[in-house]
Design a protein around this ligand. Structure first.
Ligand SMILES: O=C(CO)COP(=O)(O)O
Length: 257
């Protein structure tokens, strides 16, 4: 049984003050929700110290939204894995489609990032997913296969077991259009088949795969009820404590059935 994992990706929203407000609200209301579900918050880099301090004695983890593939040195604007370790940040999102599309991160760069992350024992939330054009051209399988094989190349079975995958169809991100539970389930099942080919059936069976793309309180249950969907990576609806908590509640109850 895979424990669901629900993560908030705030993208470029919420500086330290707003992060503090949100997390104080979350802590006061979250109750026992984390018994059934792992909860992760990914604020912008500048808000990570606020988040790790406020969450230190709570069962909610923190993620960075990105990390450099380079070590320390002349890389203006970059943040390396050791800096995340120093802040006790356990998770990092790698390969979000916005990083791929807007910032030109290639499969090769993302693979280098994955190796840095694993060398320091951080856990990645590794994102994959097709564009609308790719889906309409019948390339779903090919795209997922390329992103997974190139992105996870050279990692060990243990590395992959310590990784969370996030299937986020690009056409469903921030659009209000959610993949249907059947479309999402079909893609998640494909991901497990591809993982089994490269890393074996046991790894494929144990790895948690989140769905992301317009997850809301009213669709979280039907998505997480799917057999291969183990959580959610939530953008817009994670920005308010109330809606994020509802996603956790609705999603983790459905996943448990
Ligand atoms: O990109 C996402 C999470 O990483 C999804 O964003 P939305 O939930 O706003 O569609």
């Amino acid at each position: 049984m895979r424990k669901p994992i629900i993560a908030a990706n705030w993208k470029m929203n919420k500086g330290p003050a707003e992060t503090e407000d949100f997390l104080k609200g979350l802590i006061s209301k979250i109750g026992k929700a984390t018994d059934k579900c792992d909860v992760v918050i990914a604020p912008p880099f500048v808000s990570l110290p606020t988040a790790t301090k406020l969450l230190a004695s709570h069962d909610v983890s923190v993620a960075a939204q990105n990390v450099s593939q380079y070590d320390a040195g002349a890389y203006t604007g970059e943040i390396n894995v050791m800096m995340l370790k120093e802040l006790y940040v356990p998770y990092v999102i790698i390969g979000h489609s916005e990083r791929r599309a807007i910032f030109g991160e290639t499969d090769e760069v993302l693979n280098a990032k994955m190796h840095k992350v694993r060398e320091t024992n951080l856990k990645a939330i590794f994102c994959i997913g097709e564009t609308l054009e790719e889906r309409e051209a019948g390339q779903l399988d090919e795209v997922l296969r390329r992103q997974l094989t190139e992105g996870l190349k050279g990692l060990s079975e243990k590395d992959v077991l310590e990784t969370v995958l996030a299937y986020e169809p690009v056409w469903a991100i921030g659009t209000g259009v959610t993949a249907s539970p059947e479309q999402a389930q079909e893609a998640h099942a494909k991901v497990r088949v591809i993982l089994a080919e490269s890393f074996g059936g046991e790894v494929a069976d144990k790895v948690r795969i989140q769905y992301g793309g317009s997850v809301k309180p009213d669709n979280a249950a039907e998505l997480l009820a799917q057999p291969d969907i183990d959580g959610a990576l939530v953008g817009g609806a994670s920005m308010e404590v109330g809606s994020f908590l509802q996603i956790i509640e609705n999603g983790s109850s459905a996943a448990a059935q």
